[in-house]
Write a protein that binds this ligand. Structure first.
Ligand SMILES: NC(=O)C1=CN([C@@H]2O[C@H](COP(=O)(O)OP(=O)(O)OC[C@H]3O[C@@H](n4cnc5c(N)ncnc54)[C@H](OP(=O)(O)O)[C@@H]3O)[C@@H](O)[C@H]2O)C=CC1
Ligand SMILES: CC(=O)N[C@@H](CCC(=O)OP(=O)(O)O)C(=O)O
Length: 345
């Protein structure tokens, strides 16, 4: 099978290349660049230390859509809005890692992303690719909107309770932290080493573009859910997301019932690992892997539940989740090319 990566020179793109290179079903990978076509990819990423030359190709959607079986768009918001219409109509399945195709209401996209939305008929074709809860839709998709990194961690932490409408609708608060690679490869004053090292910083307070994405999915499960409080922090690490979620249950629940619910919900979902009572995950324990690890507890004093959900933002938060979606669309083993243990320490 032939795969293409647009935005291969970025952090999501190089991670996709690493995964697809080792994927048992991928025979050829084409890499595209809008700024460095003709350059040797192995000169840009020296860690590849390859004897072969891998030339970055110019973007030609008219050719790509017939020559490729799958094309990953690992490009900034606003790019797939233009590329997706040109890539449709051929043989290629499109998997978009940006936020362009995730929000079903174009006005909501424009409000939060401050960019023009893709047209409504393309949004209607795009399937939200969170395999743990909508595998049935993903297997028939031609266009996939790969979820955002924070929404992946947060939604996997909330799903087992929201899907059964067990949560007080106004009670959800999410406190999330990300490593710096979440901001992409281009440095800026906020991500500069001298600023991030030995520092922790809140950003986009009440304005993060992942708020409507999380709320859209929550409403799909329980339309009564009210606006959530969601805060994002930049942590002095390269990879990792930790979403710490606080909520109140509608009815009393015991600690063991809570664990039983999560464990049975995720038993058949190989990439979500639920910790035993009293055990909470940290970001290092999923580093470089497609796992989402979840720990949770009930505070009997406040009757509040705390859920801790961790992922690697470049993997389950981006590239490896995109490969998991590809596996489902092409009816490969869902775990093909993804069965790697986290890198520790
Ligand atoms: N980093 C993360 O943890 C996550 C990122 N995402 C999303 O995935 C997407 C990629 O992120 P990331 O890899 O971090 O970003 P980067 O900034 O690291 O890379 C983006 C790449 O897109 C290419 N690009 C830029 N402008 C254009 C354009 N106009 N047309 C075509 N290609 C363009 C560039 O490559 P070139 O100049 O060679 O074309 C660039 O290397 C973003 O939308 C991001 O929000 C989603 C989840 C997690
Ligand atoms: C650390 C950091 O800056 N992270 C980015 C993640 C961006 C992202 O993944 O954006 P989309 O999902 O909208 O494509 C942020 O918080 O905006």
């Amino acid at each position: 099978m032939k795969a293409g990566i647009v935005g291969a020179t970025g952090y999501g793109g190089i991670e996709l290349f690493r995964l697809l290179r080792e994927h048992p079903e991928i025979e050829a990978i084409h890499l595209y660049s809008s700024s460095q076509a003709g350059e040797d990819f192995t000169n840009i990423y020296k860690h590849l230390n390859s004897q072969e030359t891998i030339v970055l190709e110019e973007l030609q959607p008219d050719v790509m859509k017939f020559e490729l079986d799958v094309v990953f768009l690992a490009t900034p918001a606003g790019v797939s809005r233009n590329l997706t219409p040109d890539l449709l109509g051929g043989s290629a399945v499109i998997i978009d890692l940006s936020g362009d195709l995730r929000l079903k209401d174009p006005e909501v996209y424009e409000e939060w992303y401050k960019k023009e939305s893709v047209s409504d008929h393309i949004l209607k074709q795009a399937v939200y690719g969170l395999p743990e809860w909508n595998k049935e839709e993903i297997v028939n998709a031609k266009v996939i909107a790969n979820p955002g990194c924070y929404p992946t961690a947060t939604l996997l932490g909330l799903a087992p309770l929201i899907k059964d409408r067990l949560v007080e609708p106004h009670s959800i608060v999410v406190d999330a932290k990300s490593g710096v690679s979440g901001a992409g490869k281009n440095p800026n004053p906020m991500t500069h080493f001298a600023h991030t090292q030995e520092n922790i910083q809140i950003y986009k307070v009440n304005q993060h573009q992942h708020i409507p994405e999380i709320e859209q999915a929550l409403h799909g499960w329980d339309e009564a859910i009210e606006p959530i409080t969601f805060s994002t922090h930049l942590a002095p690490m390269v990879r990792g997301i930790m979403s710490t979620i606080y909520l109140k249950m509608k009815e009393p629940i015991t600690e063991s019932e809570l664990h039983e619910r999560f464990s049975s919900y995720y038993e058949s979902r190989p990439f979500v690992r639920v910790r035993q009572e009293g055990n909470f995950p940290c970001t290092k324990e999923v580093y470089g892997s497609n796992y989402c690890d979840i720990g949770l507890t009930l505070d009997p004093r406040t009757n509040r539940v705390t859920i801790v959900s961790v992922i690697d933002n470049l993997m389950k938060g981006a590239a490896s989740q995109a490969v998991q979606n590809m596996n489902l669309v092409f009816h490969f083993d869902e775990q093909a090319g993804l069965l790697r243990l986290p890198v520790y320490p």
